[in-house]
Design a protein around this ligand. Sequence first.
Ligand code: 13P
Length: 343
Amino acid sequence: MTKSLNAIAQKLMEPGKGILAADESEGTIGKRFAKINLPNTLDLRRDYREMLFGASEAMRNYISGVILTEETLKQEAADGTPFRAILADTDCVPGIKVDRGAFPMPGEGGEKITEGLDGLRQRLAHYAELGAGFAKWRAVITINDIAPTRNNIRANAHALARYAMLCQEAGIVPIVEPEVVGDGEPGNHSMERCAQVTGDVLENVFKELRLAGVDLAGMLLKPNMILPGINSRERPGFEDVARRTVDVLREHVPAAVPGIAFLSGGQTDEEATAHLSAMNRIPNKPWPLTFSYGRALQNVALRTWAGRRENFAAARQAFAHRAHMNSLAALGEWSNERDRAAA
Ligand code: 13P
């Protein structure tokens, strides 16, 4: 069991590949669609995912795994081909978002606690039967004058550990995602505060994972990068962000973890790529670093698709470009010049 969990984790971290986060909940995908004036219908959600997963070259060359919602895991393309078969064709591991979202926590801080543990053991057994090789659970850590509180960090870390243990029992690799949110309100915190909170959160998460008996070799970590809040006036360079992020991870993430796959968290497409590439140019890191991006892989493809199947080819090209650039970043080989030349 341990060996196969580690084998899946290694496969997800294959050099030059990363994870496509396409697990937007119905509510979240609805917000993305609303921005381009599309209604949130089952058919459009299907078409959108069909556009992405059908970008065969990009999926085969740059994407190791895809995080899906339950709807998509069970869904079929318009011609009746199951999405799972399309992903298998390009050797992408299907993953499943298993949390049920982040809900308000009592208190003044506007903090959130992620729900979804009730009945999770049964759901995971079902997802394993459907072929899911890995799962995701996102904890949301808020930064403001009050937050994060010790209570909120502990509650989220504890839930992540219970989730991770249940995944491993089901033969599914847990992606443990404690996101210290940088693009929320008020978003004026400094980079240093992000570093301090992220370190504190990671410390607590690994403490709970160990207490729960989670096999660190059979999981992946999905953290935020160390960045100033979205409304801060600080403008660190790519190298500064890379160095600070790797420093914090080195201090708090055990070397036994087989890989780290970052979320993009509202960075622009180019920032998310540049930061990852800069981190991968730093030598002697104990774990491989790659992407597990949602928005930073999809932004341009979503706008190019615009709800029309006749735009599939152009949208797939846009997606392929972004995936290629992030693949280069996962190898530390991205540059602005290469990005422009390839576009
Ligand atoms: P973003 O890359 O858009 O932050 O999404 C990644 C993700 O899966 C968040 O849970």
